[in-house]
Design a binder for this molecule. Sequence first.
Ligand SMILES: [Zn+2]
Length: 389
Amino acid sequence: MGPRRLALEHVTIEAVRVRAEQTLYDAAMALPDVRAAAKRVSAASPREIGAELLRSATLLTDYSAPDACAAAREAIATLGIAKDVELWSVRAAANDHNFGTMLAIRDRIVILLVGRVLRLVDPETLRAAIGHELGHQLLHCASPEQMSTWRACLAIAQSAHAARAARRLCRCALQASELSADRFELLVAQDVAVALRLNAVLSTGLPSPGPGWNVDAYLEGCRAQIEASLDVGDVRTGISHPDDVVRAYATWLFNESDLYRRLTGRGTARLSIDEVDRVIERVLGVNEAVRDARALATWEPRDTTPEALGEAAANAITRLGAAVATFAHRVTRAGSSEAARSIVLEDRADESSADGVDAEELELLRRFEELERRPRLCAAGIRVAGKRS
Ligand SMILES: [Zn+2]
C-alpha cells in the first residue's frame, strides 16, 4: 500500500504544528533583543539567492538524478502541494551531508541537498527528508512577520551577546519548529521506520542501512534516554535543532497520535495529539523557557545597541553560513562537519560559562570574520543589515 494522498488545508496544517511553537515565538517577540534583531536581520532577495545557487550548487534534473526528482514529485503529490520543486546539489566539504530549503523563494520550492547526502539516503528516506523540508514550506513562511520572527530567533539563539534566557527561549522555539517539520516528514513517509532511519542516517553520516535495519532497538534506546531525562526533570538541549534522540522520540509520539491515524490511516492512535504535545513541551522545557524569558522581559537587556545586536546576528549567521558550505538547514544533523562540532562546542561553553559569553569563542569568530569577506548570504538566505568595522 503506497502513501495516502493528503488534502492539506490551512486548518490541517495548523493542527499538525507542534502546539508550543506559537507560545514560544510570541514569548520571543516580547523580548527587546529579539524585536531588535528582527529589524536588523533581513532575507536575501530571490535574485540574490538564485545567483548564490548558481555559484554554489547544481540543479538536479531527470537526466542527472531521476530517482531524486521522482522522490520529490512523490512527496509534493502526497502533501497535495501545487508548486514546482527544484532540487539543488550544494557543493560542500567532503564530510558534509544535509538537507535544506529556501524559505525566501516563493514562486517555487527549492530544496538543497548538501554535500554527499544523496549518496547516504535510499529512495524512501530521501522522500521523507523532502517531506521535512516541505513541512517548513507549509509551516514557516506564511507571512513576512513569521519569517522575520524566525530569522531573529535564529540570530539570538546563537548570539553570545544575548541574555541566556533569551537564547534559550529562541532555541526552544526553533526546536519546536523542527519537530513540526518532522511531522510532515512522517506524513510523507507514512512509515515510522523510514523516518527513524533517516534520523539515524543524518546523525551518523552513514549510508542508509535499508529496510532490514533494527528500528525497534534504535527507538528503544531513544525512548529510554528521553524517559530517563524526564524522570529527573532534565531538559534536552540543542541550538536550532533538537538532538536526534529527541527527534526520534517526537516522531514516534506523532506516529502514536490520533491525528496521524486520522490523516494517514496508520499508526496506533493510542494517544491524543494533545497528550503528545504535552510530552513535547516537557521534553523541550517549554514552560521553564517561557517563564525565565518573561522575567527577563522586565529587565534591561545587557546591550541593545544596534551595533551589538547586528554584530551578534552576523556572528551567528556567518558561522551558520560556513557550517555547511553556504547553504544549510539542518545544521546540527551534519554530524561530521566542522560546523556541527563548533556548535557542539559552543553549546558546552554556553552551559559552563556563568554569563553565557565566551571570550575565546568571540575572538575566534572575529578572526574567522576577518577571513570571511563574502557577502553575508548564507543558510536559508539571510543577511544582516549594518556595517561593522
Ligand atoms: Zn528543518
